[in-house]
Structure formats: structure tokens, C-alpha cells
Write a protein that binds this ligand. Structure first.
Ligand SMILES: *Cc1c(COP(=O)(O)O)cnc(C)c1O
Length: 399
């Protein structure tokens, strides 16, 4: 039907990225040649230990942090769990209140729900129509019982970038700690933990062309934090388990590459994204862009198409070789539309008809052209068979 179906267009980089060949090359020796346990004292542990130390310096450099403030773990979800449970439990005597936002990743939201069941108090801040948290709302919600404010740097669904420096300042003014889930932001938003008033920060290797199952938590020196994983004395006694040496080495190389030229990378990606957005809004009626018009990740385009269902869009796009994502996931067993889209004020119907396209390093202008050539027809076909479509609305007649 089309030659492009044999060369799929992958536009779901917010879900995961491919691993760069340089990253794989950096990791390779650590699977076999340098297999030793970095915590041992004999000669086999020397190279593994050096590899882990170098990666710690690479991660620290990318965040404006010190290497001794970096703790490796098994990904973004673990880092979020550790930061939030760790601060809440370690500071329980001082206070029992946590503030977060309504649009966090489930790794944050479900962790907060678990803490609620343990007796903690959680405030979920609302967002505006573009998905932004108002630092003034943190000021209103914060009390002398608040120990932690956790707001993500950039949203994984709609790409909205939060005013984290301002939010962090409000937290600090009231003696609370500030955690940010920066999983989507690393490599896209320049991070400086001091300038941005960040005490704890989560990141994940597979979101910036590194290996899956790798991540790190930045913890500002002197921060009171309970351990999450108990056992041996690895990671200076704070995170047990023999180090995933190849993964850590890959994470270090990946973050170095991802943060080497954020501005240049964003310029290239945003040019394609903007053409995609203009093309979609210009060719498909009853379509809207979700998220902030300017304060958004360079690679994120999130649309709502009225009268159609996100999963159907994905299936038809997949048949044409295009891989994307939606905020409604019937197949995952939940008929609930995206909590993020609902929080921005969208109706259930609009939230169900959403499509997320997230660009990445391998995408080309040809990919954008191809999506723009396929999508209007896909939406038109679905609207023609949708019982929600009012007569004559949202359908371009084809001849
Ligand atoms: C992907 C993602 C996570 C989870 O990271 P994993 O490494 O897959 O556990 C957490 N937060 C955000 C914002 C994400 O996009």
C-alpha cells in the first residue's frame, strides 16, 4: 500500500528511545571483559569501579551537581518512589504533608496514594489549560506540616515545562524540600540543580538514548532521606544491590551525549515539530493542540481530534507504519482518559481522541511529510464511521 510501511516512522520517543551506538560501544566491555564486582578489592574490580565513578561524574556534570550527590538506581520509577517515600518517611516527625500536581507521572501519583494510605496528607495542585502549575498555588497550599513539594520538570504527555525554579523557591521559603521528576527533561531542558532550587531529581536512561532499567536520583548533600532498597552497602550505603555496571556506564555516556548541545538539538527537533503542528492544525478540522504553545518540550506534539477515539487512530497509523501514542488506553484495561488531559480542562470526549507524537534524533523532515500525508485521511475515515460525528462536521469530502 505504501513503501513507508516497511520503514516505520517512530514518533513515540517520550515512551522510550533507541540506544545510540556510542552508548552500546561504551557499555560492551563491561559485560564480559570488565565483569568484576566494583565493590571487591582485587584487581578485577578496578575497571568496573572506574567505569561507575566516571559515570557518576558524567551525570553530576549534566545537572550542575557534585558526583557524591548522585545515586544510581533501576530507572525513573524507582527514583520517584525513593525520593518521595524517602523524604516523607525520614521527615515524618516534622510534618506529614506532601504537595504534588495533578498531572504527574503515575510513578509519582501512585507513590503519593500509597503514602496517603500510610496516613500522610497529599495536596494535588491543579494546572491551567496549558498544563502549567502556578507557583502561587504552592504558596497557598503549603503549611508548616509540609515536608516535600514534588512537581515534574516537563510533562510526558503534553510536554508542558513547569516553572520549577519558582516552585522550588516557594518550597524553600517554607522549609520544605523540592523534588522534580526530570525524566522527560534531561537532554531537552538545561538543568542546574542550584539555580533551579532542586533538592532531589529523578532521571531515567532510556528516555535519552541510554539503556532501559537504568536511572539515578540526585540528592542534595545533607538531605534527610530514608533508604528504599535495603541490603548491602553499595551507593555509599543508600541503595543496596550489586551495581548494574554496564547500565551505569551507558547511562553516563548517554547523558553526556544528550546534554552536549541541547540548544542545537532542540532547534532541529522543534523545527520539525512546529511544521508537524502547523500541518495538522491546517489540514484537519476540529483539531486542537494540547499543552503549552511555547513552554513545551521541543519534541512534543499532542493533539485532540473530536469525534474519534485515540486507540483507533493508533491502529490505523500503525497499519501505515507510524508509531505514536494516545492518552486513552482501552487495551491497557483502563477506559479512563488521560488524567493529564482531564486536568487541563478537556472533556472526556476530547481527551479520548488524543494523539501524542514525540520526535527524536532519528526523525527526518521526510517523516514529518509522511505523517502529514497520512493523518488527515486517517482522521477523516474514522469520523465518517463515528456515531459521534455530527452530520457534515469535521469531515473533508474526498473525491
Ligand atoms: C518514563 C517516565 C517515568 C518512568 O521511568 P522508567 O525509567 O520507565 O521507570 C517517570 N516519569 C516520567 C515523566 C516519565 O516519562
Amino acid at each position: 500500500m505504501n513503501d513507508q510501511a516497511d520503514r516505520p516512522v517512530y514518533m513515540d520517543h517520550a515512551a522510550t528511545t533507541f540506544m545510540k551506538p556510542e552508548v552500546l560501544a561504551a557499555m560492551a566491555p563491561y559485560f564480559s571483559q570488565y565483569f568484576g564486582n566494583p565493590s571487591s578489592l582485587y584487581r578485577f574490580s578496578g575497571e568496573p569501579r572506574k567505569g561507575v565513578d566516571a559515570a557518576r561524574r558524567q551525570v553530576a556534570a549534566a545537572l550542575g551537581a557534585n558526583p557524591e550527590e548522585i545515586y544510581f538506581c533501576a530507572g525513573g520509577s524507582e527514583a520517584d518512589n525513593w525520593a518521595i517515600k524517602g523524604v516523607a518517611l525520614a521527615n515524618r516527625k516534622r510534618g506529614d504533608h506532601i504537595i504534588t500536581s495533578a498531572i504527574e507521572h503515575h510513578a509519582v501519583l501512585h507513590t503519593c496514594e500509597w503514602l496517603k494510605r500510610q496516613g500522610f496528607l497529599v495536596t494535588y495542585l491543579p494546572v491551567d489549560e496549558f498544563g502549567r502549575v502556578d507557583p502561587g498555588s504552592v504558596e497557598e497550599a503549603i503549611t508548616d506540616r509540609t515536608t516535600l513539594v514534588s512537581v515534574m520538570t516537563a510533562n510526558n504527555e503534553i510536554g508542558t515545562i513547569q516553572p520549577v525554579a519558582e516552585i522550588g523557591r516557594v518550597a524553600h521559603d517554607h522549609g520544605a524540600l523540592f523534588h522534580t521528576d526530570a525524566v522527560q527533561a534531561v537532554g531537552a531542558v538545561p538543568i542546574d540543580v542550584d539555580a533551579m532550587n532542586i533538592d532531589l531529581l529523578s532521571l531515567s536512561g532510556h528516555k535519552f538514548y541510554g539503556p532501559k532499567g537504568t536511572g539515578a536520583l540526585y540528592v542534595r548533600r545533607g538531605t534527610r532521606l530514608e533508604n528504599l532498597v535495603h541490603g548491602g552497602g553499595q551507593e555509599r550505603g543508600r541503595r543496596a544491590g550489586t551495581e548494574n555496571v554496564p547500565g551505569i556506564v551507558g547511562l553516563g555516556r548517554a547523558i553526556e551525549l544528550a546534554t552536549a548541545d541541547i540548544e542545537g538539538h532542540n532547534r532541529r527537533i522543534a523545527a520539525m515539530r512546529d511544521r508537524l503542528i502547523r500541518g495538522v492544525l491546517g489540514s484537519i478540522p476540529d483539531a486542537r493542540l494540547n499543552g503549552h504553545p511555547t513552554e513545551r518540550l521541543a519534541n512534543n506534539a499532542n493533539f485532540s481530534f473530536r469525534y474519534v477515539e485515540g486507540e483507533s487512530i493508533l491502529l490505523l497509523l500503525d497499519a501505515q507504519g507510524i508509531c505514536a501514542s494516545t492518552g486513552s488506553a482501552c487495551s491497557s484495561g483502563s477506559l479512563e482518559p488521560s488524567h493529564v488531559l482531564l486536568a487541563t480542562g478537556l472533556s472526556h470526549e476530547e481527551a479520548h481522541g488524543s494523539l501524542r507524537l514525540t520526535l527524536g534524533d532519528a526523525n527526518t523532515e521526510d517523516d514529518v511529510d509522511y505523517v502529514l500525508s497520512v493523518l488527515p485521511d486517517v482522521i477523516g475515515r474514522l469520523r465518517r464511521i463515528s456515531p459521534l460525528t455530527p452530520p457534515g462536521a469535521g469531515v473533508r469530502e474526498v473525491d
